[in-house]
Design a protein around this ligand. Structure first.
Ligand SMILES: Nc1ncnc2c1ncn2[C@@H]1O[C@H](COP(=O)(O)OP(=O)(O)OP(=O)(O)O)[C@@H](O)[C@H]1O
Length: 304
């Protein structure tokens, strides 16, 4: 596990160490009669990886949407570095919050590099006419953007595939590309919505390392995930949402040991439950072994 907290390679949008980056207070989101998120407080500080977990339908994605300007909370307030967030998602991105989505949203027919360049648009000052006239300012900005995009691709391990079409990447690499694109807006806070969904154990492990490396660049991270092993390995702090409300918040050991959390998940097996597959495999192998032993014993009986 990478635990190096040096910030020698600090990202441009990274906040000063130890500051509150995100401060959500009393966030409530109602859809008609349904209260999807109910008075949730959550802070994320610089240098922190915070996890948001909860059963299906607990309100995690809705809460994320309230943090990124996709939804305007019915009640409550969200501040980023002390300033109340604007109500438009592109302004939230420009302010310094970037996100990935539960369902990958890449430009499938664009190259890997182009996808990252799209993510840089909130950081390029060159306007429409500059782009049309393609003057020296445009070319310089374009060269800088390409250079930064390639750096980010190298960071996530996709530089060799810069010219591939996004749709031709394997699933795990598409998720990495989404992260590179989000980083292209030079965020101070990165929100990851189920970054390991559909990944195999090796890809999940690589994603864990990538998130640590992002944190080591000074970017605060808030992550939703159903894979508990991933969350508890990764996060400095974990908040548990149940039916729209924050039930518990604390470090991994505190949350894992909280009876209310265990109860909230009862009746709904954890997705990617750590060890469940292996346990099933061992049980099956033991059962098969028992059968073979029985057959052999029976065979020996018959031989007599
Ligand atoms: N746009 C919407 N309109 C109406 N209801 C919604 C909307 N978005 C979410 N909901 C409802 O709000 C509740 C919370 O949903 P949400 O997707 O935020 O949960 P979640 O914790 O992210 O679940 P999952 O882990 O399955 O992704 C659910 O009951 C859902 O049906």
């Amino acid at each position: 596990m990478t635990t190096d907290t040096t910030t020698k390679d600090t990202a441009p949008g990274a906040p000063a160490p130890g500051t509150t980056v995100l401060d959500a207070r009393g966030v409530t989101m109602r859809f008609g009669g349904l209260t999807a998120v109910n008075g949730v407080d959550l802070t994320v500080n610089s240098g922190e990886i915070v996890g948001l977990i909860g059963p299906n339908g607990a309100g995690k994605t809705t809460f994320f949407n309230c943090l990124t300007g996709l939804y305007i909370p019915t009640e409550g307030e969200v501040r980023y570095k002390g300033t109340v967030l604007p109500a438009k998602s592109f302004k939230v991105t420009a302010a310094g919050i970037a996100r990935t989505f539960q369902n990958i949203r890449l430009f499938a027919n664009m190259t890997v590099l182009e996808n990252v360049l799209v993510g840089r648009h909130t950081r390029t000052k060159e306007g429409f006419w500059s782009a049309v006239l393609r003057g020296p300012g445009f070319h310089k900005a374009e060269a800088t953007s390409r250079e930064r995009a390639m750096e980010l691709l190298e960071f996530v391990g996709l530089d060799a595939k810069a010219d591939h079409l996004a749709r031709n990447l394997p699933y795990g690499e598409q998720r990495k590309l989404e992260i590179a694109r989000a980083l292209a807006s030079e965020p101070g806070l990165l929100l990851l919505d189920e970054p390991t969904a559909g990944m195999n154990p090796q890809e999940t492990r690589a994603t864990e390392e990538l998130v640590f490396a992002i944190r080591d660049k000074g970017i605060a991270v808030l992550v939703i995930e159903h894979d508990m092993r991933f969350i508890f390995n990764l996060c400095d702090r974990v908040a548990v949402l149940v039916q729209g409300q924050k039930l518990v918040e604390g470090d991994s050991a505190t949350v894992q040991g909280d009876e209310r959390v265990v109860a909230a998940y009862l009746g709904e097996p954890l997705e990617n439950d750590p060890g469940a597959a292996e346990a099933a495999e061992v049980e099956a192998a033991e059962a098969a072994q028992a059968d073979t032993t029985k057959d052999t014993a029976a065979g020996k009986e018959n031989d007599r």
